[in-house]
Design a protein around this ligand. Structure first.
Ligand code: 1HN
Length: 372
């Protein structure tokens, strides 16, 4: 797939190429006793020619996971477990419990009438509702009601708790957090709410009603936090926007019709560390392959199709989750000739972009399609 480049050879001039001798090995041992090392022994590893992701491309089929997630209800209580979650453990990232790159994700279940206690931490979260009715989240006193394909932000440092109303049905949602990243930065704090529950101090869904009106911003409304005041992003307006945008524009050859969720105050990402987008693939649409830096976790919000990731094919349907590791070639196809397909994507692009690390490349050969 990736055509080998001439300068990928390890013996190229300017790259470390020192053979072990008894004298050198003894020298390395001496350095080791002083908590030091010779750079040329690790240089090629710590300075790869291009990103070499530890993460594997993985597809998590909802059909396989759903029953296991539901079973946790009989096995543990929210009081004892804190949160009832089955997390996505990428085989290349088990050391940091990540789904891909530095992103954690899990499937959480709650039954009607259940409430999980309030807490806050330095990690930020995006909760995407997969099934059920009556789910809600309270963030710093703002209560958001949540339906299928809606998502809610619980940003860095905000008190948050979740529940499902008595008249609802069992709910399953995807939690996506930047925990591995915040831990890698060694900056994670965690605190339980002193009262275990927080008071709802604003009208229900006030943030959506205030900040979620297209083309309008509240008079005198000020907001200077590092995350979006629009705590909840709803499916209906998202799907409506994609439908209109796709009718008025040519799709990107790589992404189909893609829209990024934004903070309405800055037009930038919804949070400082994690961003989100929704992309629509028209019936029968097949994209060309490209790759870019950043880690991406996809959730199939609607439809069915497939993705080729580094030459491997993954067939997906609604509610499946799959990841595209940094710098992995990927292309998508909608296998339905009548229905569109929508992919929700959680990513670390805000970090990648803010640090000037974004790079993108189109697959040049074979008319832009990977050879499988
Ligand atoms: C968390 O706060 C939630 O609030 C879910 O529901 C999963 C995983 C690790 C750390 C915090 C939640 C989490 C989490």
């Amino acid at each position: 797939m990736t055509p080998p480049r001439e300068n990928h050879r390890e013996d190229v001039i300017g790259r470390a190429n020192v053979e072990d001798t008894p004298e050198l090995l003894a020298y390395y041992d001496e350095l080791d006793t002083l908590d030091t090392g010779a750079l040329w022994t690790v240089a090629n590893k710590i300075e790869p020619w291009e990103p070499a992701s530890q993460s594997k491309p993985v597809l998590w089929r909802y059909n396989d996971l759903r029953a296991h997630v539901l079973r946790s209800v009989d096995l543990v209580t929210p009081e004892k477990a804190g949160r009832r979650v089955i997390y996505l453990n990428n085989p290349g990232r088990t050391d940091v419990s990540a789904a891909v790159g530095w992103i954690y994700a899990g499937l959480q279940v709650m039954h009607p009438g259940e409430v999980a206690s309030a807490h806050r931490h330095s990690a930020s979260a995006i909760r995407f509702i997969m099934e059920g009715s009556g789910a809600y989240t309270v963030v710093d006193g703002h209560k958001m009601t949540l339906g299928r394909n809606d998502f809610v932000l619980t940003p860095n440092g905000t008190w948050h708790e979740h529940g499902v109303s008595e008249d609802g049905s069992p709910c399953i949602w995807q939690d996506g957090l930047d925990i591995p990243f915040v831990n890698a930065m060694e900056a994670n704090f965690y605190e339980v709410h002193p009262d275990l529950q927080q008071a709802v101090t604003y009208p229900v869904d006030d943030m959506t009603k205030t900040w979620g009106n297209p083309g309008l911003t509240p008079g005198g409304g000020d907001w200077d936090k590092g995350y979006s005041p629009l705590f909840k992003y709803e499916w209906e307006p998202t799907y409506d926007a994609l439908t209109k945008y796709s009718a008025a524009s040519e799709p990107s050859p790589f992404d189909g019709t893609l829209m990024e969720y934004v903070n309405p105050v800055t037009n930038g990402p919804v949070m400082q560390t994690m961003g989100a987008s929704m992309q629509m693939l028209a019936p029968g649409q097949v994209t060309k392959a490209h790759r870019h830096t950043g880690s991406y976790l996809y959730q199939v919000a609607k439809g069915s199709g497939y993705s080729l990731i580094n030459g491997q094919r993954f067939d997906w349907c609604e509610r499946d989750i799959f990841c595209v590791p940094s710098w992995a070639w990927h292309e998508h196809g909608n296998t339905s000739q009548t229905e569109d397909a929508c992919l929700f994507c959680l990513n670390d692009l805000p970090v990648i972009r803010a640090l000037g690390l974004y790079r993108e490349e189109a697959f040049g050969d074979n008319n832009g399609h990977q050879i499988t």
